[in-house]
Design a binder for this molecule. Structure first.
Ligand SMILES: [Zn+2]
Length: 449
């Protein structure tokens, strides 16, 4: 268990270290302001000090809050607040021109950190000692709150770090047993937070952690058995509602089908409204648009709406505006960047851009493999392109930077790591060039490029 809490603390530190440049600057300014407040006492003039130190918008507010945070930390260091310290804090808040609710919010933030650290230390041995319980209630009392309430808030705000720490631990020890969770439940239960209250406090963070695993697997185009097990374990243990359960289960099925295709196992489906030759197998069928490559050059290339069928020997595009087929043997090259569109270069008719409406990655992968099987060659252009691989570190930082939300619309599901400047156009795999987009916004963006 000691290891578990080391991991949790490491994760909290890791998250706190995000945005290091800004964070460092703000911290320095905060120190400067707090120092001036102490040195000048009642002669402290906020406007004047800000002007002298050169702290301006947009940093002012954050520097002031950092200064107040430092003062709170000093007061909270011994994990209790005396009457004298209380009035000193109130005075500081006034001098720093902080509204009472802002001051209270900042104090709760710091208090929660102190509380969380104390909680982690108390749980280090896996069991909570009675004296730890008393220590925690003193902190809670100073914050005008109860221990269960603060624990709820701690897990709701730091639950992500808590869960990640737990899974780092699981991964290291290969123990996906429920015993560790059971111990945590016992410990928080002893402090008055029941199982259901704990689970509901941490549920959102659990969903975000599961989504992070999923997005990470998508970036790798590989869902490891451990990742799958972790996500399923979370579904079983954190009381996800039916809708979220289904979402995660469907996404896992989708990932695994995609991986099966990558391994050359193409699905067989019954295609409707197309006439197949005897023995011909259909692998995919779905709504799509088609843009004729030659017509596009002359500017008259409007997209045709229709239905795309991929078989083991050809694609068939059926549309009221004119249908066509293209044999796999005529395909010279398929360009696919794993978006919902792929471009086909072919000798003869049927070359052009196909834009899929649904399960796009799957269709492109199926098509690529069906063609490869017929031609026994690998012509996909992307194989020769620079690597699109985003390292695990970058993925984790990017996910945290966007708070597990789509950069465009704020959605928290179907998240994908997107290269802001595509790799094909010289974009890198570093933090600065990777953002978090939901599938919908990603598709929208790619259609514009
Ligand atoms: Zn979005």
């Amino acid at each position: 268990m000691a290891k578990l809490w080391d991991n949790i603390k490491a994760q909290i530190r890791y998250l706190a270290a995000l945005d290091p440049v800004d964070g460092q600057k703000i911290e320095e300014w905060g120190k400067l302001l707090a120092g001036q407040l102490y040195a000048r006492r009642d002669k402290f003039d906020l406007r004047q000090v800000l002007a002298e130190t050169g702290i301006r918008e947009p940093w002012e507010r954050r520097a002031i809050e950092a200064a107040y945070g430092l003062l709170i930390e000093r007061v909270w260091k011994d994990q209790k607040v005396t009457a004298g310290e209380r009035s000193a804090l109130d005075w500081s808040a006034r001098m720093l021109n902080l509204r009472p609710d802002d001051a209270a919010r900042l104090e709760l933030q710091t208090g929660l950190q102190v509380f969380g650290k104390c909680l982690a230390d108390a749980m280090d041995g896996g069991e909570i000692a009675p004296e730890d319980k008393i220590r925690l209630s003193i902190i809670a009392g100073d914050l005008n709150a109860s221990v269960p309430l603060l624990m709820g808030q701690f897990f709701a705000s730091q639950g992500g770090a808590f869960l990640r720490g737990m899974f780092v631990n699981f991964a290291e020890n290969h123990q996906f047993n429920d015993a560790a969770l059971g111990k945590v439940l016992d410990a928080v239960g002893f402090l008055g937070l029941g199982k259901n209250a704990f689970l509901s406090a941490i549920r959102l963070q659990a969903m975000q952690t599961a989504e992070e695993y999923l997005a990470s697997a998508k970036a790798d185009e590989n869902l490891s058995p451990e990742e799958e097990k972790t996500i399923l374990w979370m579904l079983d243990n954190f009381g996800f509602d039916a809708e979220h359960r289904k979402y995660f289960e469907d996404e896992i099925v989708d990932m695994k089908s995609l991986m099966a295709v990558r391994d050359g196992k193409l699905p067989t489906i019954s295609a409707r409204d197309v006439e197949l030759d005897s023995g011909e197998l259909a692998h995919y069928q779905g709504p799509a648009s088609y843009i004729d490559a030659k017509r596009k050059k002359t500017g008259e290339g409007n997209a045709k709406r229709g239905r795309l069928t991929i078989t083991d020997s050809r694609i068939i595009f059926a549309s009221v505006d004119g249908s066509h087929q293209l044999k796999h043997s005529k395909v010279l090259e398929i360009q696919s960047d794993h978006s919902n569109a792929f471009k086909v270069m072919a000798s003869g008719r049927g070359g052009g851009i196909y834009v899929l409406d649904r399960v796009p990655r799957m269709a492109a992968a199926i098509y690529t493999f069906a063609v490869r099987r017929v031609k026994r060659t690998a012509h996909e252009k992307y194989e020769g392109l620079p690597s699109r691989h985003i390292s695990r570190d970058v993925r984790q930082r990017v996910f945290q930077r966007y708070g597990g939300r789509c950069a465009e619309c704020g959605a928290s599901q179907y998240l994908e790591h997107d290269h802001i400047i595509p790799v094909e156009k010289g974009g890198s795999n570093s933090d600065q060039n990777v953002q978090l987009l939901c599938r919908k916004c990603n598709l929208k963006k790619r259609n514009l490029i």
